[in-house]
Design a protein around this ligand. Structure first.
Ligand code: NAD
Length: 486
């Protein structure tokens, strides 16, 4: 049985209750985890608060060194971690390996920033000195979804620990296993007990206590926009800081001068990676009329080659959806679009056969000429189905792209630099890729606009979201005159 990790030790829940974690490809029980409650969270917060005294005063270079050792341990255990991740989440093993590597890379990126963490200095007047200290916020709560349970946790651990905060983490209810093991390994790198803690259990209980606990000063949240709004509302009661990484519906625009081969490949990977269950994913495809038919033909051919199956099989490219409900929601969106006149290019059905019967599999689905008001265009479709729409020109495409409450990622494909820059400037999103698949870089800030979120993860910017800038003025004897305040 898996355990929670609190105050430097593996623990059961005080309730003694456990939850079964099942493999979405087979329905089999992978393991059980403690069903944590509010008391367990309070213990973890107390341990994190105690650990803050030491960790916040540890030199950043030393923190970086310990994080580097954690990276080594994560890499050493890549095989075990990626196998568990595939079993609990469903994703193909090659994608699990990529996720563990990304997690290690993110921690390494922030560990590498340890020696360059700086505040500021301003010369105010003769004999008066201004300093800007970058102070840790305190105990930080991290709430993580099930689609990338490890790498999205890393986006919070990297900047939070480097900046001197301590942490209480809550993984999603259905994907606690790999995350808990990673936290244990990070602790084993030599961190003091209580610096990093993880509590498994339901969002409405464990997550809610993290939101409400007054000792927690900041919440790093990734999840649905609806839950994010709730996080913001509860956090507002004590003016807690929040970073919200929420839903998205990324448009991909393909102009008639684009490199079609590369664009077809980016559309396929961009929509079907992680079985379409990604925040950053191609969720609406806008094709210039001139190339639309050719593009759809080539994309259909490519998508039909995606091998569906249990993620543990090396050859699998498309695993199951993560839950029964998730599959049903995608199916409902597909059917609604078809009712509104969309043409099915491929997919729509569940694959048949003994290999698929116990899992939440769905064929990769392409829908052409979809009504712009269909749910699959307007809402976030979190699964392997892609709506395709024709556009007259770039202005039409940008207007359609911006017709969304979301603003996370976006991409444009053209060989014309003027078109590319126009799209990059005008699409309302936190990221625009030009002639590139949607790849996240630790070097660049990432975060949505509109209802896709608030604040940034990745980049140097993430550190700003885990520190408070404090001004200090030092006056020497030279400056004894009194001046007015604000
Ligand atoms: P979710 O909002 O249902 O759950 C996210 C986390 O919040 C889970 O750990 C859950 O247990 C917890 N939670 C639920 N209720 C809570 C409450 N009352 N208080 C505190 N915590 C609570 O999201 P999900 O279904 O797990 O994830 C999918 C969503 O996440 C999609 O909308 C996707 O686009 C989004 N997402 C965004 C990003 C990004 O970086 N912008 C990345 C990945 C996923």
């Amino acid at each position: 049985m898996a355990k929670m990790f609190v105050a430097g030790e593996l623990r059961d829940s005080k309730s003694g209750e456990v939850t079964e974690i099942r493999n979405p490809a087979t329905g089999e029980v992978v393991d059980t985890v403690p069903k944590g409650n509010a008391d367990d969270v309070r213990d973890a917060v107390a341990a994190a608060d105690e650990a803050l005294k030491v960790w916040s005063r540890t030199a950043p270079a030393k923190r970086g060194e310990l994080m580097q050792e954690a990276v080594r341990l994560i890499r050493e255990n890549e095989k075990e971690l990626s196998t568990t991740l595939t079993k609990e989440q469903g994703k193909p093993i090659r994608e699990s390996i990529l996720e563990i590597r990304r997690f290690a890379h993110t921690l390494e990126h922030y560990a590498g920033m340890a020696k360059t963490l700086r505040g500021g200095y301003v010369n105010l007047d003769d004999g008066r000195y201004g300093f800007i200290l970058k102070k840790p916020m305190g105990v930080v709560g991290a709430i993580v979804p099930w689609n990338f349970p490890v790498s999205l946790m890393g986006n919070k651990i990297g900047p939070a620990l480097l900046a001197g905060n301590t942490m209480v983490i809550k993984p999603a209810g259905t994907t606690p296993l790999t995350a808990s093991r990673c936290v244990e390994l990070i602790h084993q790198a030599g961190l003091a007990k209580g610096v990093i803690n993880i509590i498994t259990g339901p969002g409405g209980v464990v997550g809610e206590e993290i939101l409400q606990n007054s000792k927690i000063r900041k919440i790093g949240f990734t999840g649905e926009t609806g839950t994010g709004k709730h996080v913001m509302e509860v956090a507002s009661k004590e003016v807690k800081r929040v970073t919200l990484e929420l839903g998205g519906s990324d448009p991909m625009i393909v102009c008639d001068d684009a490199d079609l081969d590369r664009a077809v490949s980016a559309a396929s990977v961009g929509r079907f990676f992680n079985c379409g269950q990604a925040c950053l994913a191609v969720k609406r495809l806008y094709l210039f009329e001139k190339i639309a038919d050719t593009f759809m033909e080539r994309l259909t051919e490519k998508v039909n080659k995606l091998r569906i199956g249990n993620g543990l099989k090396r050859e699998t490219l498309l695993g199951p959806l993560h839950t029964k409900g998730q599959r049903e929601e995608v199916e409902e969106m597909v059917e609604e679009a078809v009712k509104r006149g969309a043409k099915v290019l491929t997919g729509r059905n569940r694959p048949k056969g003994p290999e698929y019967d116990q899992g939440y599999f769905l064929q990769p689905t392409l829908l052409a000429d979809v009504d712009p008001d269909a749910r699959i265009v307007v809402e976030e479709c979190f699964g392997p189905a892609l709506p395709i729409l024709r556009v007259k020109d770039l202005d039409h495409a940008i207007a359609q792209a911006n017709r969304s409450v979301f603003g996370l990622g976006s991409s444009v494909w053209t060989r014309d630099i003027d078109k590319a820059m126009k799209a990059a400037e005008r699409i309302d999103a936190g990221y625009t890729w030009v002639n590139s698949a949607q790849i996240i870089y630790d070097e660049l800030p990432f975060g949505g606009v509109k209802q896709s979120g608030l604040g940034k993860e990745h980049g140097n910017e993430a550190i700003d979201y885990y520190t408070e800038a404090k001004s200090v003025v030092v006056a020497t004897e030279k400056t004894s005159e009194v001046v007015g305040g604000e």
